[in-house]
Ligand binder design. Structure first.
Ligand code: SAM
Length: 306
């Protein structure tokens, strides 16, 4: 098994480093504009002003058009892209009223325009009490309900959106055989009975890799939100076979590569920010140490744009 990670912009990185029709599965979380700041770099997709919308003409939409163009090129036909998204908020001072921004819908739109087919989705609920405290969200607070319950609104879910590159799949994930689904990928019928529900409410919010706070470059910086390992594992077992290539274009601290090593998939990924990239290296090395006897070869490629 090999894990190859690059400290560079994923759009240029995919163009330079990945061959056409070479990737079996993508699992990733897309950075969203103007909310979290990961780095000061122009290529950081999270640094775009997207206003209330995520339209073609916004910088975010423009970046994403180049991104989907590369993604479509590198994916194998009939293979899947799993994108984790958060629904976003509107703020009174910024957007005119307190409410919601449909990032989920925007990503579906961007991906379909980029040539992918939208195949499905799963909602991942979050704890409303924790969210109310962490974000001081008025729409969730008792005090709001006591004043005017019309202002109450439910907690936003996260989603994993599932897309597919059109075309004949040359390497299907094996179909149902006896009590096992995808025996090569180690997915059982029991797993599928649980996971086929469109809501995964058994995922723990804290099931994430360590190191996401210390990987910040300054205390002022917001930290990256790592994707829950169990969400990644389910996507990987569902949509890939062992030994196949899994890509994460926006690696953060390397959660997707970590799960790929654990589940004997090859991994490739890009991360723009040096300190997160360093944390990726540490996390992948840990996954390898945990495997011990069967350690895959970690093939580190570090590229800076300078
Ligand atoms: C939502 S976070 C990913 C978190 C990741 N799933 C994890 O579990 O750690 C998005 C990441 O994309 C990175 N990023 C933003 N623009 C990028 C680009 N153009 N190329 C590569 N990485 C980029 C950010 O630095 C950030 O670490």
């Amino acid at each position: 098994m090999t894990t190859t990670i690059y400290n560079t912009d994923c759009i240029k990185g995919m163009a330079d480093k990945l061959a056409e029709n070479s990737v079996d599965l993508v699992v990733t979380s897309i950075p969203f504009g103007a909310l979290f700041m990961y780095s000061g770099k122009n290529e950081d997709i999270g640094n775009n002003h997207d206003d209330a919308e995520f339209m073609d003409w916004s910088n975010f939409g423009l970046h994403m058009r180049f991104w989907t163009e590369q993604l479509l090129r590198v994916m194998k036909p009939g293979c899947n892209v799993c994108i984790h998204v958060q629904q976003l908020l509107k703020y009174k001072n910024q957007h005119g009223y307190m409410g919601r921004r449909d990032f989920r819908g925007a990503v579906i739109n961007i991906m379909e325009r980029g040539g992918f087919e939208w195949k499905g989705e799963v909602a991942i609920p979050k704890n409303p009490q924790a969210m109310a405290q962490r974000m001081n969200l008025h729409c969730l607070l008792f005090i709001t309900g006591k004043k005017n319950a019309r202002q109450l609104a439910m907690a936003m879910n996260d989603y994993v959106l599932i897309f597919q590159k059109p075309g004949e799949c040359a390497n299907p994930v094996p179909a149902i055989r006896d009590e096992k689904i995808n025996p090569a990928g180690w997915l059982t019928t029991e797993d599928w009975i649980k996971w086929a529900r469109g809501v995964w409410d058994d995922v723990h919010e804290t099931d994430v890799l360590d190191g996401y706070r210390s990987a910040r470059e300054s205390d002022q910086e917001k930290h990256v939100c790592p994707l829950q390992l169990e969400v990644i594992r389910r996507c990987m077992l569902l949509y890939s076979n062992p030994g196949e290539l899994v890509l994460d274009p926006f690696m953060g601290i390397g959660s997707v590569a970590f799960v790929a090593v654990q589940n004997k998939r090859n991994a490739v990924g890009f991360e723009l920010k040096e300190s997160y990239y360093q944390q990726c290296l540490a996390n992948i090395a840990k996954a390898e140490r945990d495997l011990l006897d069967d350690a895959p070869l970690l093939n580190l490629c570090k590229e800076s744009e300078k």
